[in-house]
Design a protein around this ligand. Structure first.
Ligand code: NAD
Length: 349
């Protein structure tokens, strides 16, 4: 096993990990532990080079710091990536080697599932380190994060409706949901309970159809869902949906969904503001899952505590909208400011 520290300005620790026996090539980035241990998922992706992997893990780990800071999870930000194909190159030895590297950081980094990894992989990691979450329920896990992410997203949409229309009467509103997977489905149920009308689109049309049947909604075309006539556009599939091409075509006054990295570039936050579209910053509105995991990390997982904390997403967004209004800055920038302010405060004991 070989571990090498890569000095990186603005990051507490970045390590390159190699284990020739299992074939593991990984990078762990601890961006900040100012507010607590750095928690963030383990991604497995066929990066073309070490540089690509490092670029990604740096970006993702910093994002986790901001997300946890605004969500007040008492956690810092980190992330790890394995270079490899998650369909063909997984093995128990690979994830156990990863577990040993994580363990060697002494708890400054805590891992979880991410793109390309699953509960089974975490079970192997857990054999080598206790600094691992996202385990099966019977091993003390907090379970599937998606319903919590959906709850936070729902409350975020409520905050947006109040900001734009002065009321969150869902019965008068239409929400277009792009992506009918885990989060999209739970979100649809919450919106349906409140009487919202919905348009669903998914590249797997049966998923959209199933939700439409269940909630009395309609199925839209995934190619044009971003242009749908609606009050709220909820991206729950991919990132980068707000870009130069899509921007002129939005017809909703609100963009609020669970997807990560909704803005292609930071400047698109300003462009949304200029277009009069209220944007719920992605890492704020989709923090329900990480909040739930943070309750697991605190120990003695308690669902009621988790719910109360996820409900704070509503307040966090209200605060961000207020900063955006008073400072005349995009909501994306207001969220970063709030995160930075929290990072500058002393950590909870
Ligand atoms: P998922 O894979 O279960 O669902 C995504 C759905 O989007 C799939 O049904 C897929 O077919 C569909 N899709 C993909 N490309 C599409 C396109 N171009 N148009 C329409 N549909 C498309 O994922 P999920 O867990 O529901 O997560 C959804 C989004 O929320 C992702 O961006 C994820 O990173 C983000 N997110 C999820 C969580 C969580 O708790 N699951 C937490 C934070 C952020």
């Amino acid at each position: 096993m070989k571990i090498e520290t890569i000095p990186q300005e603005g990051y507490e620790k970045v390590v390159k990990c190699e284990d020739p026996e299992s074939g593991l090539r990984a990078v762990i980035a601890v961006h900040s532990t100012a507010l607590g241990p750095a928690l963030g998922g383990l991604r497995m992706w066929p990066y073309g080079s070490w540089d690509d992997a490092i670029f990604d893990v740096l970006r993702l780990s910093k994002g986790m710091t901001y997300k946890s800071a605004v969500a007040d999870t008492g956690l810092g930000g980190g992330k790890s990536v394995i270079i490899g194909n998650s369909k063909t190159e997984k093995s128990e030895a690979l994830f156990r080697a990863m577990g040993r590297f994580i363990d060697s950081l002494g708890g400054t980094y805590i891992t979880a599932e991410d793109v390309g990894t699953c509960v089974e992989d975490m079970v192997h990691v857990r054999k080598e380190t206790k600094f691992c979450t996202g385990l099966p329920l019977e091993l003390g896990s907090s379970g599937d994060p998606s319903p919590w992410t959906a709850l936070g997203t729902f409350l975020g949409i409520k905050a947006c409706l109040e900001e734009v229309y002065g009321s969150a009467d869902f019965a008068d509103r239409t929400v277009a949901i792009q992506g009918c997977g885990h989060v999209g489905a739970f979100l649809a149920d919450l919106l349906h309970e409140q009487g919202a009308k919905m348009i669903f689109a998914d590249i797997t049309p049966e998923r959209a159809q199933e939700l439409a049947d269940r909630t009395g909604g309609i199925v839209g075309d995934p190619a044009t869902i971003l242009e749908a006539e609606c009050d709220v556009l909820a991206p729950c599939a991919l990132g980068a949906v707000v870009n130069d091409e899509t921007l002129p075509n939005f017809r909703s006054k609100i963009i609020a969904g669970a997807a990560n990295n909704v803005l292609l570039r930071e400047e698109h936050g300003q462009r949304l503001k200029e277009a009069g579209i209220l944007y719920a910053p992605d890492y704020v509105i989709n923090a329900g899952g990480i909040i739930n995991v943070s309750i697991e990390v605190e120990g003695d997982y308690d669902e009621a505590r988790s719910r109360a904390k996820v409900e704070n997403i509503y307040n966090a967004l209200q605060q961000i909208f207020k900063i955006s209004r008073t400072e005349d800055i995009p909501t994306s920038e207001a969220a970063n400011r709030l995160a930075q302010e929290r990072l500058n405060q002393p950590a909870r004991s």
